[in-house]
Design a protein. Structure first.
Length: 1106
């Protein structure tokens, strides 16, 4: 292949249509501090343009979802009441459903606020949106069952929804402020927040369309006349209304996940100066190419080198946070932002208490007719939103950078104080028109006032290291105020009404007077905040907090965790980035096996534990579901659909995420697949039925979603493990990751056995027909507990996946010279690495081939390359076709060891769980760990071919000798076959594709290989497996009469697997670079000359001899 020559460039990958990578304009400037200053100046002085509009749309989608959800739940509650509460929902339940979101919001604001300062903005931006999307889907898909309480589950999901909404407050605020141009920063942040108005508008439109669409079903005169068709229509309406809230988030999710890190965080907190410049280049538009020489010379003449090189602000810590904000001059700012938000949100809820009277005034009063009542509520609120809320938001956008934040907030509080006083003291004297006018004015001046500015100011007035934390605390104080207003102050409107024989709401005027007092206090807290308009964030930080926001010129990176520890960035002081990266790769390849490898195995293997746990648990779970929903006899087509659906999703995940990991990077998407698995698990175990929901259909959808997460884990965990593992024991480490499948089956058996034992009294019934409500409820709870427990291991490992550094090999392949060196060192402990002498022509570097579909096709259409893909994909296909075959013998095998089905429900379920657990321990787990112990000595290829040969013989023995084998013989062959599947092709088909392909296609090729295996499993489950009953009924024979011939078919597939295995290479004890060079003609970067002679000391630190 041709070799390109180029000078060193300090670039990073990524960017998208909202945050575009403009060729990293300053990438060729050597001094990182100089690059950073120019880049930030470019952001601060940029003209307002389309990329700012795109950023507003992407960052504002969370606030659109927030206000949409508030509108939607207020509309949905009457609909839910018609379905589940005969038209009248208890007030306590209604309050719980509304307040629960605010409770979650507080958690999200504080939690995500701290995390964004701890691990970075980019690392978690998008996670909060995933939570919102998932929680929305969860809400609109729940139903009832003997084991599920509808209001309780809905409340829980609304808390989860609130966590996502809360996380969006600090993240979107500070990301917008740190990327916005100084001149219009306030307007840009206000425009992001103004999406709340569009959310209310969208909610009203969707509600009106839904109500109009179901007019014929719900046009009844009272709740008592709402029949099944009416209830079904209401059930579908509220699910559509809430579910549509996920659509805007889905549109914006990609752009959030691929946003570059905030350059200010990178520089001020992480010390990654070169990366900060590149991150800035991803966002801002401007002249393409190099920076002007005059700009650089100007900076060089005017900067104080001693200050820049010797000063660093304090490190972020709880101790420093307390020490900083315990001083009045700094603490009063936090008191001002948090206190103002608290006062505002207490009264912000107050306007809602007048809604019924206002709607009546404009001709949209409640009606006994369900259609008219719902329509009036939606249309009336929509009119009020357009009259007051939306104009208020956009007046703030238009004026906040000219009038200023502090005046807008102070005078907003002042006007609101007056308005609430008028409403309170003159409530009974006001005409309906007067009350309407005051209501609209309050809405207007809340948004053209403190509601907008309390969001803007905390995103500007704090130093970078605490900007997100302080914003989160301020926002959380506001939501606490809203909770107090909803649960305490709001209830005062009915104080003494019943005792005095007055109508409800008789004390509402005094409640308005209380809110006026809070507005008055808000004026006082506003005096504590600074004016931030038309100042850079660095100016504000220096003026308000005394922080210079400059740091030493070092190459450190932040991040790492207990599984991927940052070992002090041993090569951070070496100037040449390629040199640092090459040394880091050598450190990974030659490191001794240590505890960090064990932690890596645990984190990487949790997906396969979840995969096997899910398969085992659902095979047992369908028996429990049958007792609840099908009187003990689930249709075979439904059972097959539920089981096969996961494999369908797995194929999608393997292909999709395999491609994405090569396109976007491993670290950027690792963890998403685990969140999908966790979310799908929770969805499954909370699935119920309702007039609008089919239980098996919904469960099938969730199992496809589960499969997507499981499928994604195959290429991601394989290649991340292989690219971080030491060469000597890479096969054993990858095998140990995959061997977690055995522990997953074991764990599922234990959890099931424990649950069955715990419910023995309820299940100890003879005959399916005698399973009463108590028995059905026990079965319903057992399968939900068993499946739901599968999310626990994933939750334990999620943090470590989300904070894993990018694979240095992926970065090196993409010539990202600045990010991967210390990222790799977060994986290794340098203990006595060998001395290495390296040389490099500093003017030249080789560039690897660029990944593309045309290059992929041209590469693999050559037989010498394509045969490897045929070998890995074909072997996996052959193996998985027959892998399913062993399951056809399970019933007879369990019977042979004394665990047959029984008429007693308890004994039948117990035998099924314990029997399978014994089989797993006898054959499956030992097979996995024999591979782990020998794969780096015997080799991958011999184990795979030997395994296929033995399995061919075993399936032939089972098939041709089926009728002659006794129960003991079948048991023996079954266990031996389980053993050699795992001490054989089941493990090696996972390992080899993670090693034998070039970096740019390693994930894609692994995903294609794994997907071919799952396609084989689908064919076996849906086609070949059904042949066991071929001709049985016609011949008057029992079911399974053709099972012996099916085993012979599987033996044929094992024979074919021997031949496909001849196409794969032997990969043991070779670096990934060696394999890429030998098999695909790629450049071996470990042999490339380096700049200077680098001596690696025994302490693990490096010393330059240049």
């Amino acid at each position: 292949m041709s070799i390109e020559h180029q000078t060193t460039q300090y670039k990073t990958a990524g960017g998208n249509a909202a945050f575009h990578n403009f060729i990293n304009d300053f990438a060729d400037i050597e001094d990182p501090l100089e690059r950073k200053r120019l880049a930030l100046e470019k952001i601060d002085n940029a003209s307002f343009s389309w990329y700012h509009i795109r950023a507003i749309a992407v960052a504002g989608v969370g606030f659109l979802t927030d206000s949409y959800d508030i509108f939607a739940i207020n509309m949905a509650i009457p609909m839910i009441a018609n379905v589940y509460f005969n038209g009248k929902i208890p007030s306590s339940t209604e309050t719980l459903l509304k307040v629960s979101t605010s409770v979650g919001t507080v958690i999200g604001q504080v939690g995500f606020g701290m995390l964004a300062d701890l691990v970075g903005r980019k690392a978690i931006y998008g996670v909060e949106l995933i939570i919102m999307i998932a929680a929305t889907v969860l809400q609109c898909s729940i139903g009832e069952s003997p084991g599920v309480n509808f209001p309780a589950i809905l409340t829980f999901y609304r808390i989860v929804m609130g966590i996502g909404i809360g996380g969006d407050y600090p993240l979107s605020s500070i990301i917008t402020s740190e990327f916005a141009t100084t001149k219009w920063r306030g307007a840009i942040m206000a425009a992001v927040f103004a999406n709340q108005g569009w959310g209310q508008l969208l909610g009203g439109i969707v509600a009106i369309i839904s109500i109009a669409g179901y007019k014929s079903q719900i046009n009844v005169e009272s709740n008592s006349l709402c029949d099944f068709a009416c209830r079904k229509a209401n059930d579908q309406m509220w699910r559509i209304l809430i579910g549509f809230g996920a659509v805007p988030g889905l549109v914006a999710l990609y752009f959030r996940l691929t946003i570059p890190e905030s350059p200010r965080y990178t520089f001020d907190v992480s010390n990654e100066l070169e990366k900060a410049t590149a991150d800035a280049g991803k966002f801002v538009s401007g002249k393409h190419g190099n920076a002007d020489v005059g700009d650089i010379e100007y900076l060089a003449e005017h900067e104080d080198k001693n200050v820049l090189e010797n000063y660093a602000p304090p490190k972020a810590s709880f101790k420093d946070f307390w020490a900083h904000f315990s001083q009045w001059r700094y603490g009063k700012v936090l008191l001002g932002t948090a206190g103002s938000w608290f006062m505002l949100d207490v009264a912000f809820y107050g306007l809602g208490l007048n809604s019924a009277n206002i709607l009546k005034t404009i001709g949209f009063a409640k009606s006994k007719n369900i259609y008219h009542s719902l329509y009036n509520q939606a249309a009336g609120n929509l009119i009020l939103v357009c009259a007051g809320s939306i104009p208020g938001y956009w007046f703030s956008v238009a004026t906040v950078d000219t009038i200023g934040r502090k005046p807008v907030q102070f005078w907003g509080f002042t006007i609101l104080t007056v308005l609430f006083c008028i409403i309170g003291f003159a409530y009974h004297k006001l005409s309906e028109g007067g009350l309407l006018a005051l209501y609209i004015l309050c809405q207007f001046f809340q948004n053209f006032g403190p509601n907008t500015t309390t969001f803007i100011v905390p995103g500007e007035c704090y130093p970078t290291r605490y900007r997100s934390t302080a914003h989160g605390l301020s926002a959380a104080s506001g939501k606490i105020g809203a909770i107090i207003a909803q649960t305490c102050i709001g209830t005062l409107q009915n104080r003494g009404c019943a005792a005095k024989g007055l109508a409800s709401g008789c004390w509402l005027n005094h409640v308005m007077e209380i809110f006026a007092l809070f507005m008055l206090l808000g004026m006082g807290t506003t005096l504590c905040i600074p004016e931030t308009k038309r100042k850079t964030l660095e100016q504000i930080s220096e003026e308000v907090h005394g922080d210079c926001e400059l740091k030493q010129n070092l190459n450190y990176t932040s991040g790492g965790n207990a599984a991927f520890h940052n070992f002090v960035n041993d090569y951070a002081h070496i100037e040449d980035p390629l040199e640092r990266k090459r040394l880091a790769l050598e450190a990974i390849d030659n490191a001794s096996f240590g505890w960090y490898h064990v932690r890596t195995i645990m984190v990487g293997g949790v997906g396969f534990l979840t995969d096997a746990y899910d398969i085992f648990s659902v095979n047992l779970g369908v028996s429990y579901m049958a007792y609840v929903y099908w009187n003990g006899n689930m249709p075979s087509s439904t059972e097959t659909l539920i089981k096969v659906s996961t494999s369908v999703g797995t194929v999608i995940g393997q292909l999709g995420f395999g491609y994405l990991a090569d396109l976007l990077g491993r670290g950027s998407i690792y963890g998403i697949e685990l969140m999908i698995m966790i979310g799908a698990t929770i969805l499954q175990c909370t699935t119920g039925h309702s007039p609008a929901i089919s239980f098996p259909a919904l469960l099938t959808v969730y199992r496809i979603l589960m499969g997507i997460g499981i499928g994604a884990d195959y290429p991601l965990s394989s290649i991340i493990t292989s690219e971080f593992a030491i060469t000597k024991w890479r096969g054993a480490i990858m095998g140990a990751v995959f061997a977690n499948q055995g522990w997953g089956q074991f764990l599922a058996g234990v959890v099931t056995a424990v649950c069955v034992a715990a419910y023995k009294n309820e299940l100890n019934i003879n005959g399916v027909e005698n399973c009463d409500h108590t028995c059905m409820r026990a079965c319903d709870q057992i399968w939900r507990i068993v499946i739901g427990f599968g999310a626990v291991p994933g939750m334990a490992a999620l943090y470590f996946r989300l904070t894993i550094p990018e694979s240095p090999r992926y970065q090196l392949n993409n010539m990202e010279a600045e990010d991967g060196d210390s990222g790799s060192l977060q994986e290794v402990d340098l203990k006595n690495p060998e001395t290495r002498q390296v040389e490099k022509n500093e003017d030249e570097q080789e560039a690897p081939a660029v990944a593309s579909w045309s290059d992929f096709y041209n590469h693999f259409k050559q037989w010498k390359h394509g045969k490897i893909l045929i070998g890995t994909a074909g072997s996996w296909f052959m193996l998985d076709v027959a892998y399913y075959g062993l399951g056809l013998n399970t019933a007879s095998i369990l019977e042979s060891i004394g665990f047959a089905n029984s008429d007693n429900i308890y004994m039948s379920l117990k035998n099924q769980a314990v029997g399978n657990l014994i089989l797993v321990c006898a054959g499956t787990i030992p097979g996995y760990w024999f591979t782990v112990a020998t794969v780096d000595t015997i080799g991958r290829k011999p184990i795979q071919i030997g395994g296929f040969i033995i399995l061919t013989a075993l399936f032939c023995g089972i098939g041709f000798g089926y009728d002659k084998l006794g129960s003991g013989g079948r048991l023996g062959l079954y266990i031996v076959a389980q053993f050699f599947q795992n001490f054989g092709p089941n493990t090696t088909t996972f390992i080899v594709p993670g090693e034998c392909y070039p970096t740019r296609y390693r994930s894609t090729a692994h995903g294609m290989s794994a997907a071919s295996g799952k396609i084989g499993a689908i064919i076996a489950q849906s086609c070949i497996g059904t042949l066991k009953d071929h001709g049985c009924a016609a011949k008057g024979l029992p079911k399974g009469c053709w099972l012996n011939h099916v085993m012979e078919i599987f033996a044929l597939f094992m024979l074919l697997g021997i031949f496909t295995s001849l196409c794969i290479p032997e990969t043991k004890r070779k670096t990934l670079e060696q394999l890429a060079e030998e098999l695909h003609g790629e450049i071996d970067y470990s042999k490339r000359p380096a700049k200077g002679d680098i001596e690696v000391g025994s302490s693990g630190h490096t010393e330059s001899t240049v």
